[in-house]
Write a protein that binds this ligand. Sequence first.
Ligand code: ADE
Length: 228
Amino acid sequence: MRIDIITVLPELLKSPFEASILKRAIEKELVEVHLHNLRDYTDKTYNQVDDYQFGGGAGMVLMIEPIDKCISALKAQREYDEVIYMTPDGQTLNQKIANTLSLLENVIILCGHYKGVDQRVRDLFITKEISVGDYVLSGGELAAAILCDTIIRLIPGVLGNETSALTDSFQDNLLAPPVYTRPSEYKGVKVPEVLLSGNFPKIEEWRENEAHKRTKTLRPDLLTDEAP
Ligand code: ADE
């Protein structure tokens, strides 16, 4: 998979890809992530990429021309499955969307800033708009990092244990069951007996029960939503 991220703040997006699982995925060549500075695609003085909005109103708007130039340059090199715009008014990200996106070959992610982008960018170039939740960030970069993290960890071979993404919370609309590690007793608090029993069918049954109990208590809405 190849992910091209267009941003006015590439420095904000560097570190998530320089540590831990995402770094390893890049090193193993399971994913390529390329950051593109929008300011490299403007001819204006001071590398200007934003302007006042027509009709007045507070806040600057990212202009269409540098975005068009950047997207066109990328599209001249390969075909893209999706051009995603990170925005609080997009579709709220969930595990089902992440699963679908993780199967794609080439994806562009455009990070919004200030008041957002000229509407014509959305009308002409964007194929999917994604929000990471009902709150407003200063820009789309942190949202793009979240989106990339959730997609990349699903690519086969990225996680050490291939099954571990399948047993994540939300994969079957259930929260994950509790987990424990050594010691089996800490300050008098014991690990549930069944986990130490070696009886794997019983352990599986316990985990399923706990997942249902936890979901019913913490996220009952998941039990009534459509399965992913
Ligand atoms: N940009 C600003 N806020 C955002 C959000 N909640 N999701 C995605 N992109 C954003």
